[in-house]
Design a protein around this ligand. Structure first.
Ligand SMILES: [Ca+2]
Ligand SMILES: [Ca+2]
Length: 256
């Protein structure tokens, strides 16, 4: 009975706490910055991400984790999953920082060079048997998205991802960046440049895609649209104009 009471109290505490965070985040989002105790400011995205960014020893930007530790000390902590989405896993049980379960064991970075998914790297633990579907598996450990293979950085603990690069990569069904790495579809137009020349984040604005064409990065697919002239576009590396009725003799400038 006592345990049930404690659990109910815990759940109530967490609800109140999350409500406070939601309120707090709404307020902070207006400025985009969090003010540390010494008045240093850090980006809101670094608040409650499980790595302390404020100077000093207060860890005020990690108040959610501090609360979990406090609940644990008082014996009130419960391994509740607070993730909002169905296919998500928490970076720490009882914490609201979550990542897609499909990214379990996926080693990747944000534009800021911070670790992607869980900044504390908890999603990279226990990866011996991770399947790494559609990715490169470092022997007995983490999974690398294809853009980490042959990118000149040893991402596997023993650098196996850079040992297969003597022959130029072919990238079937993927975007091949200019320097030679492959980028799978899900990383194209995800607001993070996996290509050093930003190829994968070009032409992501739908309005830049010619009418009725399907565009992904700098690859435009305008096949089978009954076109008589190629659509207007600049900087396009590949445009599929098959199954149209374009008369090339009528064109005097073709520069795609
Ligand atoms: Ca690499
Ligand atoms: Ca990208």
């Amino acid at each position: 009975m006592h345990k049930n009471f404690q659990h109910a109290k815990y759940k109530r505490t967490r609800r109140v706490q999350l409500f406070k965070y939601a309120k707090f985040n709404r307020r902070e989002n207006k400025t985009g910055y969090f003010s540390c105790h010494d008045h240093t400011t850090i980006s809101n995205s670094l608040v409650n991400d499980l790595i302390v960014d404020c100077p000093g020893h207060d860890a005020e930007d990690e108040s959610e984790y501090l609360e979990i530790l406090s609940l644990e000390r008082r014996g009130l902590f419960n391994r509740d999953n607070l993730c909002q989405e169905y296919h998500q896993l928490p970076c720490v049980w009882g914490h609201s920082r979550c990542y897609p379960s499909s990214k379990f064991c996926t080693y990747d970075h944000l534009s800021s060079n911070d670790l992607r998914y869980c900044r504390n790297g908890i999603h990279l633990h226990n990866c011996i048997i991770a399947a790494c579907q559609g990715m490169f598996k470092c022997p007995n450990t983490i999974c690398l998205p294809m853009h980490k293979v042959c990118n000149g950085v040893k991402d596997c603990p023993l650098g196996e991802d850079e040992q297969v690069c003597a022959v130029p990569l072919v990238c079937p069904g993927m975007l091949k960046c200019d320097p030679g790495i492959c980028v799978t579809q899900e990383y194209i137009c995800d607001n993070i440049s996996q290509c050093s020349n930003h190829d994968d984040e070009m032409f992501c604005d739908v309005s830049a895609c010619p009418h009725n064409c399907t565009c992904s990065g700098d690859i435009f697919n305008c096949s089978g649209l009954g076109l008589l002239m190629p659509p207007v576009g600049s900087g396009v590396k590949f445009m599929d104009l098959s199954y149209n009725t374009i008369n090339l003799q009528a064109l005097y400038v073709v520069s795609y």
